[in-house]
Design a protein around this ligand. Structure first.
Ligand code: NAD
Length: 697
């Protein structure tokens, strides 16, 4: 028998033990082994029933992701073929679920005739999170067990249900306290003793409230509203409708057809791309996965402002003690009060227990002297964005931090190598660019300096994951990956105004396309003075470029965004709702007249192309320069840090979807306009477009 699923018989009950660590993925070795076991049990006169069991941690996590996009995916038998063998099996078959049964794992368990589970088990069909639907009978079997309403809820959210809930839904027949195998064997023996045979889900009827037509009409309305343009949830509803109104085999055929069309659709391709992109970010070609890492037991953070406070929360949220250092008592008190207020808010919403908040607050030690960082395994500096201030701090850290401590800067624009040069240990210096609010945002750009040691990089990446962030490696450059790109996007948004668009038109087009918010709403939120400062620097650095100064005109009026009650929009006191402002239109028109541009009607399509291709072109430079390790890292930065819609798959994946020759053609067209060299296409883009290749392989 195969090691992947050893077969045994215990006192008249056959047992197939799934054995494909870590999660019993239903890969090319496990599937045939299960099939062989089922056949064997079927003809084994000793076996009166069959138990399928996984490990305590995982019954099965579904498809084996290590085999995605490889020929191994199609090694027979398929999961539906196993399901057919389960349906045809003439003796009772019991799934013994320890840990989780997810996706194909739950579909395998639904192929069994009975299910028992450990109390801490989780059962779910999360395919929707990858823009898919359960394609191996899940949409047909689940509603036959739990009813149409609950099946729709489980499959359109993708969230698993715990064993207790599964029991109440009838998805699990018994909860086993103690040893899972013993419990499952006892359950199987009782079935045999009671003369119970196979109980095939395919023969059951789907339960639903009221008239089916009205029920599914209602379901479509509700799910349609919540799924905002993603096709998979509505496809799931259609499959459940088929389950409720058609014979099993017809429903299965419909499921297969709808699954296939989702697999081929751009949304699911994008979501699957992002799923793998997240797993790629920690792979660094010259830093092997087994690089020894330094131990991080405690941290110090210098600066308890906007960022320092949020970073501190990220650490104590996962139980790492933090020393929070400021220069003045007042600033320290303010920083601590903000942290306390943030936690208290979460407590008041019932999302955090008071004891947990107290525990986290107790992990923070306030201090007023950099020397307090002497025992920290990592020090993160988050003070004002000024090189002299940062260098002064790193000089002091060099003198006081313990040997081997990682010295990190949260700078968003400054040269990490220059900061490192203020120490005699540049190998220990690295950039950790958190995003605001740092306790919420998942993105962490890990900036690798010229002299950063490999183990420092490996440690910081691992720490990032421990902090529940998505760490992405960036090389040193102005703005790193994300902000360097967003500057070009911001520039385009201003040019669009010069040519005749309004802030609200640009924002609406961007949002309709799928961005969390448009550039002007975002600018007002972040504060317009930040961009203004950067632009002033650029005017001096690159005098030959064309710039729109319309943003400066807005700032010159003291309109800095939400914080001043006016920016690209105006705001009622206490409100964050952007209201279009005729004064802004006036400023825009006047500036357009000054530079002699005749306003024209700009289509939403052009707005989106200009904004997104500006990101793509800069990203191509970034990739070519080796600032980003791979295209999918750039996609991940935009997904986790900039509100890019997951179903577009990030700027690089989106460009791949459009086709690079087409992207390049648009860029060349824009280049002929008055902005000229702003649109100089990146050589990498030109090369890939010529070869009709993609950024993402
Ligand atoms: P902030 O002004 O809110 O906080 C800075 C804090 O540092 C202040 O409380 C100040 O008192 C303290 N400080 C200054 N000098 C100090 C010293 N010598 N010792 C101890 N404390 C000192 O600024 P912020 O927005 O938190 O930004 C901090 C850093 O993070 C900057 O480098 C910034 O570029 C970067 N950053 C900011 C954001 C953002 O959205 N705000 C995002 C990413 C990165």
């Amino acid at each position: 028998m195969s090691d992947a699923a050893p077969y045994s018989v215990r006192d008249g009950i056959a047992v197939i033990s799934l054995n494909n660590p870590p999660v019993n993925g239903l890969g090319s070795v496990l599937r045939p082994a299960i099939m062989e076991g089922i056949r064997k049990a079927g003809s084994d006169p000793e076996a009166k029933a069959l138990v399928l069991i996984g490990s305590e941690k995982a019954f099965s996590g579904g498809a084996d992701i290590r085999e995605f996009n490889t020929p191994k995916m199609s090694v027979p038998p398929s999961l539906p073929e196993i399901n057919e063998a389960q349906d045809a099996f003439g003796k009772p078959m019991v799934a013994a679920i320890g840990g989780f049964a997810l996706g194909g794992g739950l579909e395998l368990a639904l192929g069994c005739h009975y299910r028992v589970a450990l109390p801490r088990s989780q059962l779910g069909l999360p395919e929707v999170k990858l823009g898919l639907l359960p394609g191996s009978g899940g949409t047909q079997r689940l509603p036959r067990v739990v009813g149409a309403a609950e099946a729709i809820r489980m499959m359109t959210t993708g969230n698993p249900v715990p064993a207790e809930k599964a029991l109440s839904l009838g998805l699990v027949d018994q909860i086993v306290e103690g040893d899972l195998l013993e419990g499952a064997l006892a359950y199987a023996r009782k079935l045999v003793a009671d003369g119970k045979g196979p109980r095939r889900i395919r023969d059951m009827k789907v339960k639903l409230e009221g008239d089916p037509k009205a029920f599914f009409e209602q379901a479509r309305t509700e799910v349609g509203k919540a799924s905002r343009g993603y096709p998979a949830p509505l496809e799931i509803v259609a499959c459940v409708e088929a389950a409720a109104t058609k014979p099993f085999d017809e429903g299965r055929a419909e499921e297969r057809k709808r699954f296939q069309s989702l697999v081929e659709g751009n949304e699911s391709k994008a979501l699957r791309h992002m799923f793998f992109a997240e797993r790629q970010t920690s792979k660094i070609p010259d830093v092997p996965e087994d690089t020894p890492v330094r131990e991080i037991r405690q941290a110090a953070i210098i600066g308890a402002g906007t960022m320092g406070g949020g970073i501190g929360m990220s650490f104590v949220n996962v139980g790492i003690p933090v020393t929070l250092i400021e220069m003045k008592q007042e600033a320290l008190d303010r920083g601590l009060a903000t942290i306390r207020k943030n936690y208290a808010n979460t407590v008041s919403k019932g999302r955090l227990k008071q004891e947990e908040m107290d525990k986290r607050m107790a992990l923070i030690t306030p201090a007023l002297d950099i020397a307090a960082a002497k025992d920290a395994d990592i020090v993160i500096e988050a003070v004002f964005e000024r090189m002299d201030v940062k260098q002064d701090i790193f000089g002091k850290l060099d003198a006081t931090a313990k040997p081997g401590a990682i010295l990190a800067s949260n700078t968003s624009t400054l040269d990490v190598n220059e900061i490192a040069a203020a120490t005699k240990r540049p190998q220990d210096v690295i950039g950790t660019h958190f995003f605001s609010p740092a306790n919420v945002m998942r993105l962490l750009e890990v900036v690798r300096g010229a002299k950063t040691a490999k183990d420092v990089l490996a440690t910081t990446m691992k720490l990032g994951k421990r902090l529940k962030k998505v760490p992405v490696v960036s090389g040193v450059c102005d703005g790193f990956i994300g902000n360097r790109m967003i500057e070009k996007y911001g520039q385009q948004s201003l040019f669009l105004l010069d040519e005749g668009a309004s802030p609200q038109q640009v924002d609406a087009a961007a949002q309709k396309w799928g961005l969390a918010m448009g550039p002007f709403t975002m600018g007002d939120m972040a504060g317009l003075d930040i961009g203004w400062e950067i632009r002033k620097r650029r005017y001096a650095e690159r005098p030959n470029f064309v710039y729109s100064r319309v943003g400066d005109r807005i700032c010159e009026q003291g309109r800095y965004g939400q914080k001043t009650g006016k920016g690209w929009y105006r705001y009622e006191p206490g409100s964050r709702k952007p209201i279009p402002d005729p004064e802004v239109d006036e400023i825009i028109t006047q500036y357009g007249n000054e530079i002699g541009i005749k306003p024209r009607q700009i289509s939403d399509e052009e707005i989106v192309e200009r904004l997104i291709y500006a990101l793509v072109n800069e990203a191509a430079y970034i990739l070519e320069e080796g600032i980003a390790l791979r295209a999918s890292d750039i996609d991940m930065v935009y997904l986790t840090g900039y509100g890019f819609p997951a179903y577009r798959g990030g700027p690089m994946f989106y460009a791949d979807t459009v086709g690079l020759p087409k992207v390049l053609a648009s860029i060349e067209k824009f280049r002929k306009g008055y902005q000229g060299e702003v649109w100089k296409p990146a050589p990498l883009l030109v090369k890939l477009a010529k070869e009709d290749k993609r950024f993402n392989g």
